[in-house]
Design a protein around this ligand. Structure first.
Ligand code: SAH
Length: 371
Protein backbone atom coordinates (compact mmCIF):
# COMPACT_ATOMS: atom_id res chain seq x y z
CA UNK A 1 0.00 0.00 0.00
CA UNK A 2 1.17 3.53 -0.80
CA UNK A 3 2.28 5.62 2.19
CA UNK A 4 1.34 9.19 3.04
CA UNK A 5 4.84 9.97 4.25
CA UNK A 6 6.81 10.80 1.12
CA UNK A 7 4.11 13.08 -0.33
CA UNK A 8 4.64 16.83 -0.12
CA UNK A 9 1.85 19.22 0.82
CA UNK A 10 0.65 19.63 -2.79
CA UNK A 11 0.53 15.84 -3.24
CA UNK A 12 -1.31 15.37 0.06
CA UNK A 13 -3.81 18.04 -1.02
CA UNK A 14 -4.35 16.15 -4.28
CA UNK A 15 -4.79 12.82 -2.46
CA UNK A 16 -7.38 14.37 -0.16
CA UNK A 17 -9.11 16.23 -3.00
CA UNK A 18 -9.90 12.80 -4.46
CA UNK A 19 -12.06 12.32 -1.36
CA UNK A 20 -13.72 15.71 -1.75
CA UNK A 21 -11.68 17.37 1.01
CA UNK A 22 -10.66 21.02 0.63
CA UNK A 23 -6.97 21.97 0.25
CA UNK A 24 -6.52 23.09 3.86
CA UNK A 25 -7.05 19.46 4.97
CA UNK A 26 -3.91 18.53 3.04
CA UNK A 27 -1.97 21.19 4.86
CA UNK A 28 -3.30 19.93 8.19
CA UNK A 29 -2.19 16.42 7.30
CA UNK A 30 1.27 17.63 6.24
CA UNK A 31 1.63 19.45 9.57
CA UNK A 32 0.63 16.34 11.49
CA UNK A 33 3.04 14.03 9.63
CA UNK A 34 6.05 16.28 9.24
CA UNK A 35 5.87 18.80 12.11
CA UNK A 36 4.01 16.94 14.84
CA UNK A 37 5.59 13.58 14.02
CA UNK A 38 2.31 11.65 14.10
CA UNK A 39 2.59 8.11 12.73
CA UNK A 40 -1.04 6.88 12.77
CA UNK A 41 -4.16 8.37 11.19
CA UNK A 42 -6.21 7.86 14.36
CA UNK A 43 -4.13 10.55 16.05
CA UNK A 44 -4.64 13.14 13.30
CA UNK A 45 -7.69 14.40 15.16
CA UNK A 46 -7.99 17.66 13.23
CA UNK A 47 -9.19 15.63 10.20
CA UNK A 48 -12.83 14.48 10.25
CA UNK A 49 -13.27 10.86 11.35
CA UNK A 50 -14.86 9.71 8.06
CA UNK A 51 -12.02 11.24 6.02
CA UNK A 52 -9.47 9.46 8.20
CA UNK A 53 -11.33 6.19 7.71
CA UNK A 54 -11.32 6.58 3.93
CA UNK A 55 -7.64 7.50 3.87
CA UNK A 56 -6.84 4.46 6.02
CA UNK A 57 -8.40 2.19 3.39
CA UNK A 58 -6.15 3.64 0.71
CA UNK A 59 -2.88 4.51 2.46
CA UNK A 60 -0.51 3.42 5.19
CA UNK A 61 1.02 6.36 7.05
CA UNK A 62 4.66 5.30 7.40
CA UNK A 63 6.80 2.63 5.73
CA UNK A 64 9.41 2.03 8.46
CA UNK A 65 8.91 -0.31 11.42
CA UNK A 66 11.38 -1.05 14.20
CA UNK A 67 13.29 -4.29 13.91
CA UNK A 68 16.01 -3.75 16.50
CA UNK A 69 18.33 -1.16 18.00
CA UNK A 70 21.76 -1.02 19.58
CA UNK A 71 23.03 1.85 21.69
CA UNK A 72 26.48 3.14 22.60
CA UNK A 73 27.31 5.00 25.84
CA UNK A 74 27.98 8.20 23.85
CA UNK A 75 24.27 8.37 22.96
CA UNK A 76 24.60 6.93 19.45
CA UNK A 77 21.68 4.64 18.65
CA UNK A 78 21.68 2.45 15.59
CA UNK A 79 18.35 1.30 14.20
CA UNK A 80 17.53 -1.62 11.96
CA UNK A 81 14.26 -0.85 10.22
CA UNK A 82 11.87 -3.18 8.40
CA UNK A 83 10.29 -1.97 5.17
CA UNK A 84 6.85 -3.01 3.85
CA UNK A 85 8.38 -5.72 1.62
CA UNK A 86 10.48 -7.04 4.55
CA UNK A 87 13.73 -5.60 3.26
CA UNK A 88 15.90 -4.21 6.06
CA UNK A 89 17.83 -0.94 6.24
CA UNK A 90 19.90 0.77 8.88
CA UNK A 91 19.82 4.32 10.22
CA UNK A 92 21.81 5.96 13.02
CA UNK A 93 20.86 8.63 15.57
CA UNK A 94 23.89 10.74 16.60
CA UNK A 95 23.39 13.37 19.32
CA UNK A 96 26.20 15.93 19.75
CA UNK A 97 26.30 18.97 22.03
CA UNK A 98 24.21 21.61 20.26
CA UNK A 99 23.20 19.47 17.30
CA UNK A 100 21.52 16.17 16.51
CA UNK A 101 22.48 14.31 13.34
CA UNK A 102 20.85 11.33 11.75
CA UNK A 103 22.61 9.11 9.22
CA UNK A 104 20.19 7.49 6.77
CA UNK A 105 20.20 4.99 3.90
CA UNK A 106 19.28 5.64 0.27
CA UNK A 107 19.19 2.07 -1.08
CA UNK A 108 18.74 -1.49 0.22
CA UNK A 109 22.30 -2.70 -0.29
CA UNK A 110 24.56 -0.98 -2.80
CA UNK A 111 25.82 -1.85 -6.28
CA UNK A 112 29.15 0.02 -5.97
CA UNK A 113 31.15 -2.84 -4.38
CA UNK A 114 33.84 -0.71 -2.72
CA UNK A 115 36.38 -3.26 -1.54
CA UNK A 116 36.42 -2.17 2.13
CA UNK A 117 32.68 -1.63 2.63
CA UNK A 118 30.33 -4.10 4.32
CA UNK A 119 27.29 -2.93 2.34
CA UNK A 120 29.20 -3.34 -0.93
CA UNK A 121 29.38 -7.11 -0.44
CA UNK A 122 25.63 -7.62 -0.59
CA UNK A 123 24.91 -5.90 -3.90
CA UNK A 124 21.81 -3.85 -4.62
CA UNK A 125 18.37 -5.18 -3.67
CA UNK A 126 16.44 -2.05 -4.62
CA UNK A 127 16.21 1.72 -4.42
CA UNK A 128 14.36 3.29 -1.50
CA UNK A 129 11.32 5.45 -2.20
CA UNK A 130 11.33 9.12 -1.16
CA UNK A 131 8.92 8.13 1.62
CA UNK A 132 11.29 5.45 2.94
CA UNK A 133 14.17 7.93 2.95
CA UNK A 134 12.19 10.67 4.73
CA UNK A 135 10.62 8.23 7.17
CA UNK A 136 13.97 7.15 8.60
CA UNK A 137 14.34 10.72 9.91
CA UNK A 138 10.75 10.89 11.15
CA UNK A 139 11.01 7.46 12.78
CA UNK A 140 14.12 8.38 14.75
CA UNK A 141 12.69 11.80 15.65
CA UNK A 142 9.63 10.04 17.11
CA UNK A 143 11.93 7.81 19.18
CA UNK A 144 13.76 10.86 20.58
CA UNK A 145 11.09 13.54 20.98
CA UNK A 146 13.19 15.67 23.31
CA UNK A 147 16.13 15.89 20.87
CA UNK A 148 15.24 17.85 17.74
CA UNK A 149 17.01 16.49 14.65
CA UNK A 150 19.02 19.34 13.09
CA UNK A 151 21.27 17.55 10.56
CA UNK A 152 20.71 14.73 8.08
CA UNK A 153 23.54 12.86 6.35
CA UNK A 154 22.95 10.36 3.54
CA UNK A 155 25.87 8.17 4.57
CA UNK A 156 24.07 4.97 5.45
CA UNK A 157 23.57 2.11 3.02
CA UNK A 158 23.53 2.80 -0.68
CA UNK A 159 24.76 5.31 -3.23
CA UNK A 160 22.42 8.34 -3.10
CA UNK A 161 23.27 9.59 -6.58
CA UNK A 162 22.19 6.26 -8.11
CA UNK A 163 18.72 6.85 -6.64
CA UNK A 164 18.56 10.43 -7.80
CA UNK A 165 14.81 11.23 -8.11
CA UNK A 166 13.87 9.69 -4.74
CA UNK A 167 16.84 11.24 -2.97
CA UNK A 168 16.08 14.70 -4.38
CA UNK A 169 12.39 14.31 -3.56
CA UNK A 170 13.29 13.29 0.00
CA UNK A 171 15.76 16.17 0.40
CA UNK A 172 13.07 18.64 -0.65
CA UNK A 173 10.51 17.19 1.77
CA UNK A 174 13.05 17.20 4.62
CA UNK A 175 13.79 20.84 3.88
CA UNK A 176 10.36 22.24 2.98
CA UNK A 177 8.05 20.09 5.11
CA UNK A 178 10.14 18.86 8.03
CA UNK A 179 12.10 22.10 8.30
CA UNK A 180 15.71 20.84 8.20
CA UNK A 181 17.99 23.56 6.82
CA UNK A 182 19.23 22.68 3.31
CA UNK A 183 22.83 23.35 4.40
CA UNK A 184 22.39 20.79 7.15
CA UNK A 185 21.56 18.03 4.66
CA UNK A 186 24.64 16.17 3.40
CA UNK A 187 24.60 13.91 0.35
CA UNK A 188 27.62 11.62 0.24
CA UNK A 189 28.60 10.13 -3.11
CA UNK A 190 31.27 7.75 -4.28
CA UNK A 191 31.59 9.95 -7.39
CA UNK A 192 28.80 9.36 -9.91
CA UNK A 193 30.03 12.18 -12.16
CA UNK A 194 26.97 12.73 -14.42
CA UNK A 195 24.74 13.07 -11.38
CA UNK A 196 27.16 15.43 -9.62
CA UNK A 197 26.78 17.59 -12.75
CA UNK A 198 23.01 17.23 -12.61
CA UNK A 199 22.97 18.14 -8.91
CA UNK A 200 25.08 21.22 -9.62
CA UNK A 201 22.43 22.39 -12.08
CA UNK A 202 19.74 22.17 -9.35
CA UNK A 203 21.74 24.80 -7.49
CA UNK A 204 20.60 23.61 -4.05
CA UNK A 205 22.37 24.75 -0.91
CA UNK A 206 22.80 21.19 0.39
CA UNK A 207 26.23 19.90 1.40
CA UNK A 208 28.02 17.53 -0.96
CA UNK A 209 30.54 15.01 0.36
CA UNK A 210 32.65 12.96 -2.04
CA UNK A 211 34.22 9.67 -0.95
CA UNK A 212 37.71 10.02 -2.38
CA UNK A 213 39.78 7.60 -0.25
CA UNK A 214 42.83 7.74 -2.57
CA UNK A 215 44.63 10.46 -4.55
CA UNK A 216 45.70 8.34 -7.56
CA UNK A 217 43.76 6.28 -10.10
CA UNK A 218 45.88 3.21 -9.47
CA UNK A 219 45.00 3.05 -5.78
CA UNK A 220 41.48 4.46 -6.01
CA UNK A 221 40.46 1.87 -8.62
CA UNK A 222 41.45 -0.88 -6.18
CA UNK A 223 39.22 0.55 -3.46
CA UNK A 224 36.37 2.06 -5.50
CA UNK A 225 35.60 0.15 -8.73
CA UNK A 226 33.57 3.10 -10.07
CA UNK A 227 36.88 4.92 -10.45
CA UNK A 228 37.50 2.90 -13.65
CA UNK A 229 34.53 4.67 -15.18
CA UNK A 230 35.03 8.13 -13.66
CA UNK A 231 38.74 8.55 -12.87
CA UNK A 232 40.12 11.05 -10.37
CA UNK A 233 40.75 13.88 -12.88
CA UNK A 234 37.20 13.67 -14.23
CA UNK A 235 35.76 13.57 -10.70
CA UNK A 236 37.81 16.62 -9.67
CA UNK A 237 36.65 18.50 -12.76
CA UNK A 238 32.99 17.76 -11.87
CA UNK A 239 33.66 18.91 -8.29
CA UNK A 240 35.23 22.17 -9.50
CA UNK A 241 32.19 22.86 -11.65
CA UNK A 242 29.90 22.02 -8.73
CA UNK A 243 31.67 24.57 -6.54
CA UNK A 244 31.62 27.23 -9.29
CA UNK A 245 27.90 26.74 -9.77
CA UNK A 246 26.73 26.43 -6.15
CA UNK A 247 29.50 28.30 -4.25
CA UNK A 248 29.27 25.50 -1.70
CA UNK A 249 32.27 23.80 -0.11
CA UNK A 250 32.82 20.11 -0.93
CA UNK A 251 34.05 17.72 1.73
CA UNK A 252 36.27 14.90 0.53
CA UNK A 253 35.94 11.84 2.72
CA UNK A 254 39.06 9.77 3.20
CA UNK A 255 38.77 6.49 5.12
CA UNK A 256 42.26 5.78 6.42
CA UNK A 257 43.38 2.15 6.12
CA UNK A 258 46.72 1.12 7.59
CA UNK A 259 49.43 0.64 4.97
CA UNK A 260 46.92 1.03 2.12
CA UNK A 261 46.22 4.75 1.75
CA UNK A 262 47.68 6.30 4.92
CA UNK A 263 51.37 6.57 3.97
CA UNK A 264 53.35 9.79 3.57
CA UNK A 265 53.33 9.26 -0.20
CA UNK A 266 49.52 9.35 -0.35
CA UNK A 267 49.45 12.36 1.97
CA UNK A 268 51.71 14.31 -0.40
CA UNK A 269 49.74 13.16 -3.46
CA UNK A 270 46.47 14.16 -1.79
CA UNK A 271 47.82 17.55 -0.77
CA UNK A 272 49.02 18.23 -4.33
CA UNK A 273 45.71 17.08 -5.82
CA UNK A 274 43.52 19.23 -3.57
CA UNK A 275 45.79 22.26 -3.58
CA UNK A 276 44.29 23.09 -6.98
CA UNK A 277 40.73 22.40 -5.88
CA UNK A 278 38.62 25.42 -4.84
CA UNK A 279 36.56 25.51 -1.61
CA UNK A 280 37.20 22.01 -0.33
CA UNK A 281 38.23 20.22 2.84
CA UNK A 282 39.20 16.68 3.76
CA UNK A 283 37.54 14.63 6.46
CA UNK A 284 39.58 11.61 7.53
CA UNK A 285 37.77 8.64 9.04
CA UNK A 286 39.67 5.79 10.66
CA UNK A 287 38.62 2.53 9.06
CA UNK A 288 35.92 0.69 10.99
CA UNK A 289 36.98 -2.95 11.02
CA UNK A 290 34.42 -5.27 9.45
CA UNK A 291 34.23 -9.02 9.16
CA UNK A 292 34.00 -8.87 5.37
CA UNK A 293 37.09 -6.95 4.44
CA UNK A 294 39.45 -8.23 7.11
CA UNK A 295 42.49 -7.40 5.01
CA UNK A 296 41.97 -3.74 5.98
CA UNK A 297 43.03 -2.40 9.37
CA UNK A 298 42.67 0.83 11.28
CA UNK A 299 45.58 3.28 11.00
CA UNK A 300 47.81 3.97 14.00
CA UNK A 301 47.30 7.34 15.71
CA UNK A 302 50.86 8.31 14.64
CA UNK A 303 50.16 7.54 10.98
CA UNK A 304 46.89 9.48 11.20
CA UNK A 305 48.60 12.51 12.75
CA UNK A 306 51.45 12.44 10.22
CA UNK A 307 49.02 12.10 7.32
CA UNK A 308 47.04 15.12 8.45
CA UNK A 309 50.16 17.21 9.09
CA UNK A 310 51.48 16.57 5.60
CA UNK A 311 48.18 17.32 3.84
CA UNK A 312 47.86 20.54 5.86
CA UNK A 313 51.26 21.76 4.59
CA UNK A 314 49.62 22.12 1.16
CA UNK A 315 47.15 24.62 2.59
CA UNK A 316 44.33 22.06 2.51
CA UNK A 317 41.89 22.04 5.43
CA UNK A 318 41.82 18.58 6.97
CA UNK A 319 39.75 17.42 9.93
CA UNK A 320 39.30 14.09 11.65
CA UNK A 321 35.78 12.74 11.99
CA UNK A 322 34.86 12.37 15.65
CA UNK A 323 34.36 8.67 16.15
CA UNK A 324 30.95 7.51 17.20
CA UNK A 325 29.44 4.14 17.77
CA UNK A 326 32.40 2.08 16.63
CA UNK A 327 31.53 -0.71 18.99
CA UNK A 328 27.96 -0.88 17.74
CA UNK A 329 29.34 -1.32 14.23
CA UNK A 330 28.18 2.03 12.95
CA UNK A 331 30.07 1.64 9.68
CA UNK A 332 28.11 1.16 6.52
CA UNK A 333 26.28 -2.16 6.50
CA UNK A 334 27.85 -3.62 9.62
CA UNK A 335 24.92 -3.82 12.01
CA UNK A 336 22.69 -5.31 9.37
CA UNK A 337 25.26 -7.99 8.65
CA UNK A 338 25.73 -8.90 12.29
CA UNK A 339 22.03 -8.82 13.08
CA UNK A 340 20.93 -10.81 10.08
CA UNK A 341 23.48 -13.57 10.37
CA UNK A 342 21.62 -16.85 10.74
CA UNK A 343 21.18 -17.69 14.41
CA UNK A 344 23.06 -14.66 15.67
CA UNK A 345 20.44 -12.01 16.23
CA UNK A 346 22.39 -8.95 17.38
CA UNK A 347 25.26 -10.86 18.95
CA UNK A 348 28.54 -8.93 18.78
CA UNK A 349 30.91 -10.28 16.16
CA UNK A 350 34.54 -11.17 16.82
CA UNK A 351 35.53 -7.88 15.19
CA UNK A 352 34.45 -6.06 18.35
CA UNK A 353 37.16 -7.83 20.27
CA UNK A 354 39.68 -6.67 17.68
CA UNK A 355 38.30 -3.16 17.84
CA UNK A 356 38.77 -3.05 21.60
CA UNK A 357 42.53 -3.32 21.14
CA UNK A 358 42.56 -0.07 19.21
CA UNK A 359 43.30 3.01 21.31
CA UNK A 360 40.74 5.00 19.32
CA UNK A 361 37.79 2.80 20.13
CA UNK A 362 35.67 2.34 23.21
CA UNK A 363 35.48 -0.89 25.20
CA UNK A 364 32.95 -3.22 23.65
CA UNK A 365 29.98 -4.43 25.62
CA UNK A 366 27.16 -6.69 24.51
CA UNK A 367 24.68 -4.91 22.31
CA UNK A 368 21.23 -4.37 23.72
CA UNK A 369 18.56 -5.61 21.37
CA UNK A 370 15.14 -4.08 21.99
CA UNK A 371 11.85 -5.44 20.80
N1 SAH B 1 27.78 5.54 -1.19
C1 SAH B 1 28.03 6.78 -0.53
C2 SAH B 1 27.44 6.90 0.87
C3 SAH B 1 27.45 5.71 1.79
S1 SAH B 1 28.90 5.25 2.65
C4 SAH B 1 29.51 7.06 -0.50
O1 SAH B 1 30.29 6.20 -0.88
O2 SAH B 1 29.90 8.17 -0.14
C5 SAH B 1 29.36 6.59 3.68
C6 SAH B 1 30.86 6.64 3.93
O3 SAH B 1 31.28 5.55 4.78
C7 SAH B 1 31.67 6.53 2.64
O4 SAH B 1 32.71 7.48 2.64
C8 SAH B 1 32.23 5.12 2.75
O5 SAH B 1 33.37 4.96 1.98
C9 SAH B 1 32.47 5.01 4.25
N2 SAH B 1 32.69 3.64 4.75
C10 SAH B 1 32.22 2.47 4.25
N3 SAH B 1 32.66 1.43 4.98
C11 SAH B 1 33.44 1.94 5.97
C12 SAH B 1 34.19 1.37 7.04
N4 SAH B 1 34.22 0.05 7.25
N5 SAH B 1 34.87 2.21 7.87
C13 SAH B 1 34.81 3.57 7.68
N6 SAH B 1 34.12 4.15 6.69
C14 SAH B 1 33.45 3.35 5.83
Amino acid sequence: METLIGKNTAELEASLAAHGAPAFRGRQLAQALYRRNIRDLESVTDLPQNLRARLAEQFDVAPCRLRSTSSAPDGTVKYLLDLPDDEVIESVFLPYPGRVSVCISSQVGCPMACSFCATGTEGLARNLTAGEIVDQVLFMQAQHPAQRVTHVVLMGMGEPLLNYPSVLGAVRILNEEVGIAMRHITVSTVGVVPNIEKLAAEDLQLTLAVSLHAPTDELRSQLVPLNEKYPVARLMQACREYVEKTHRRITFEYVLMAGVNDTEQEAHDLGRLLQRQPLCSVNTIPYNTTDVASRYQRPTPEATRRFREIVATYGVTITQRKERGHRIAAACGQLKRSALRPGSAMRPLPMFAAAAASPLSVVPAPMKPHA
